[in-house]
Design a protein around this ligand. Sequence first.
Ligand code: MG
Length: 159
Amino acid sequence: MLRIGHGYDVHRLTEGRKLILGGVYIPFEKGLLGHSDADVLTHAVMDSMLGACALGDIGKLFPDNDDRFKGADSLVLLRRVTEILFKNGWRLSNLDVTVAAQSPKLSPHIQKMRENLSAAIGCDISRISVKATTEEHLGFTGEGLGMSATAVCLVESIG
Ligand code: MG
């Protein structure tokens, strides 16, 4: 049995924070603001996986008022989400995520993001697609105020 899931996330860009996307540290003048490492791309991925299985969302699993998740590495949270799916009889079939950012240029980092996501999920990298786009200077991503990410995935039942 296959099921589809969708995830969406937004974080504000601010000075004095590291920019982490797909678990990759990307040197830039600003970083994303959040309780965890604010890895917007990995957050959308997790919400798509949880959504496919109707298991809630990361806000429910990892509340932003819980000190255990302050500065959390989102790849560690993704491992946890993968375990939760497994316990409920599901594993990822494939994943496609797009991050919207006006700058910096993300194409040099895409392969490493795919490697990080596939390692955390424990699947072959061929099942993981990561894309980046600008929004042509339009809206909050285009004005450099923040970044957004959307993800879709399929999960398959185990056994
Ligand atoms: Mg988030």
